[in-house]
Design a protein around this ligand. Structure first.
Ligand code: GTP
Ligand code: SPV
Ligand code: MN
Length: 607
């Protein structure tokens, strides 16, 4: 589609200005058709960037290998450019918005030379729903266009809803690699060096400017940039919640249904929990969303959640038929794989896919790779943050109501992270403010989902939103507390803390996780259903009674005791760390209620 067809004069003007700044060779407004998707894939295959996969085994699937420098989000190059630095807070990088725009305008000047500019109108949330938000992304990457087709609702149907004067979030994206006359990518993934990458957000003017990276959350701007960083600001202003949460539907053996959301940091198990196959007989779990939840109060006083996305951008390593059968079935067709390994019969392989490498592979860097199980030092064939982009509607466990514009009523929030010690398997908050306190102190071992934070170390990641909150985190805590103060406590979701990642002295997981997590979900379900004789009140919250959670195979009674005990000494250290190192970061903006919770838990631990 041509720019002249744009009926929204503001949008047309914005695109025209971008064209004169970025000087692409051609401009195309995306219509969202299958023909367009196929054409994007064909362009990337023809230019050597994508490898088509086996049409019998993985129909409609392709593989991309990115530049080794462009494999994950770059937190150190991600900016919240609010007018005042104080509004970005201590956990975000900040640059004055005028200065940042000046720098980036110079980077954008001529940046699309030799390339086509694609204008992608997209809707986060079902098209036309009251909760949905529209964005328009300008990009020079056909890879981004194809991924956006899967992850969001895109094209003409979105322009129709936008009309002549609707609100949209303008999003600039360029890979930052203009081509000289006659120059081609020759199969190399285009991107800019790290010190030229910028993932910028302007919360007051609701704008996103991204430059230099083609990967995931840096480039698919509907996801983390719009649906979390900008949406968290909208949610604060308008009284709702935009969270880094999966949404699942759970049905007990009697047929009662509840919906649960869960916030775990990147690569800490959201996709897996959302698609879980329960090992407990008679229970059923279905998927509503696997990464982001937008939640608003309904007229009945309950909180309703929608999944603003249309696809899954999931971690490949560790995904297999035992751990996540539903994901494996989702990605059998029409899926984009990025940075996984290629087999000789043109299928894909990754670490812990459930079987040994079938012969010689091409690893994610494009080199031949032969599995050597004796060599503990061997580099992985798939990058640890390699991903699949698959349509949510292909998931066998997708809940029929996943696109319901009303959303689904939430009964429980889960918070958790990767904690080898101290934090029990599950723990229920005593009250809303105690739950907000628990969310504010979430800690997790760092994973490979971001490039520039050291994997393996534990860092505090409040509400799993550390890299995604578009304003001062102290104000974010206040927003959560105000939601509790303004609403009927009996109708608010109950808050739980979970930890699937406890390890023993030998460094092995003592909880099997995955489908066995259904045992914990069942306990949570019952707690939300008003069952009271299955818990004991402790210094840190309500914990399951000794036999309230049935023991999976391979977990000894001693392990179970370890998983469910209150580690008083460990918690004292935890609390001291929060008091000395975590809370002081937020200065005067740390709500007093949270210090009260800290004092109270400390007193209980010392009692
Ligand atoms: P993002 O997409 O980055 O937000 O990640 P996510 O939170 O959706 O994490 P995901 O479900 O993709 O899991 C990340 C990694 O953790 C994968 O390698 C999983 O196999 C592993 N994992 C997920 N759930 C469990 C669990 O219950 N126990 C253990 N031990 N590992 C798990
Ligand atoms: C995450 O890192 O939390 C992701 C992947 O979901 S990305 O889209 O790259 O942010
Ligand atoms: Mn995520």
């Amino acid at each position: 589609m041509n720019i002249q067809n744009l009926k929204h004069s503001g949008l047309k003007k914005w695109v025209e200005e971008a064209v004169s700044l970025m000087t692409p060779d051609a401009v195309e407004v995306c219509d969202g058709s299958q023909e367009e998707y196929n054409r994007m894939i064909k362009i990337t295959i023809d230019t050597g960037l994508a490898t088509p996969l086996n049409p019998w085994l993985l129909p409609g699937c392709v593989l991309f290998r990115s530049d080794p420098s462009d494999v994950a989000r770059v937190e150190a190059r991600t900016y919240i450019a609010s007018k005042s630095q104080d509004d970005a807070g201590p956990t975000n990088n900040w640059i004055d918005p005028d200065e940042l725009k000046k720098t980036m305008t110079e980077l954008y000047r001529g940046c699309m030379k030799g390339r086509t500019m694609y204008v992608i109108p997209f809707s986060m949330g079902p098209v036309g729903s009251d909760i949905a938000k529209i964005g328009v992304e300008i990009t020079d990457s056909p890879y981004v266009v194809a991924n956006m087709h899967i992850m969001a609702r895109v094209g003409v149907k979105v322009l129709d809803v936008l009309g002549a004067d609707g609100f949209y979030v303008p999003c600039f994206h360029s890979v930052g690699k203009p081509l000289a006359a006659g120059e081609q990518d020759n199969g190399a993934w285009p991107c800019a060096p790290l010190d030229k990458k910028y993932i910028s957000h302007f919360p007051e003017t609701r704008e996103i400017w991204s430059y230099g990276s083609g990967y995931g959350g840096n480039a698919l701007l509907g996801k983390k940039c719009l649906a979390l960083r900008i949406a968290s600001v909208l949610a604060r202003d308008e009284g709702w919640l935009a969270e880094h949460m999966l949404i699942l539907k759970i049905t007990n053996p009697k047929g009662d249904v509840k919906y649960i959301t869960g916030a775990f940091p990147s690569a800490c198990g959201k996709t897996n929990l959302a698609m879980l196959v329960p090992t407990l007989p008679g229970w059923k779990v279905e998927t509503v969303g696997d990464d982001i939840a937008w939640m608003k109060f309904g007229k009945d006083g309950r909180l309703y959640a929608i999944n603003p996305e249309a696809g899954f951008f999931g971690v490949a390593p560790g995904t297999n038929m035992q751990s996540n059968k539903n994901a494996m079935e989702t990605i059998r067709r029409n899926t984009i794989f990025t940075n996984v390994a290629l087999t000789e019969d043109s299928t894909v392989w990754w670490e812990m896919i459930g079987y040994d490498a079938p012969g010689k592979l091409i690893d994610w860097t494009g080199k031949e790779w032969i599995q050597d199980k004796g060599n503990k030092e061997q580099k992985p064939a798939a990058h640890p943050n390699s991903r699949f982009t698959g349509p949510a509607k292909q998931c066998p466990a997708i809940a029929p109501e996943w696109e319901d514009p009303k959303g689904v009523p939430i009964s429980a929030f889960l918070f958790g992270g990767r904690r080898p010690k101290t934090i029990p398997l599950v723990n229920e908050a005593k009250s809303w403010s105690h739950g907000v306190f628990m969310g504010s102190i979430v800690g997790s071992e760092v994973t490979a989902a971001a490039l520039d934070v050291k994997a393996g170390t534990i860092r505090r990641d409040p509400f799993a939103m550390l890299p995604f909150c578009g304003y001062h985190m102290g104000d974010y805590f206040k927003h959560w507390l105000s939601i509790g103060a303004k609403n009927d406590p009996d109708k608010l979701p109950k808050i739980f803390f979970v930890n699937w990642f406890r390890k023993n002295e030998a460094g092995k997981f003592i909880w099997p996780g995955y489908g066995e997590n259904s045992r914990v979900l069942a306990w949570i379900f019952d707690r939300c259903n008003g069952v009271t004789d299955n818990a004991v009140e402790t210094a840190i919250g309500f914990l399951p009674k000794a036999d309230a959670i049935s023991r999976p195979d391979g977990v000894s009674e001693a392990d179970m005791r370890e998983l469910l005990k209150v580690d008083i000494e460990g918690w004292k250290k935890e609390i001291a760390d929060v008091r000395e190192r975590h809370y002081p970061k937020f200065g005067a903006k740390l709500p007093k209620e949270l210090y009260d919770e800290l004092d109270a838990i400390e007193k209980r631990l010392n009692a």
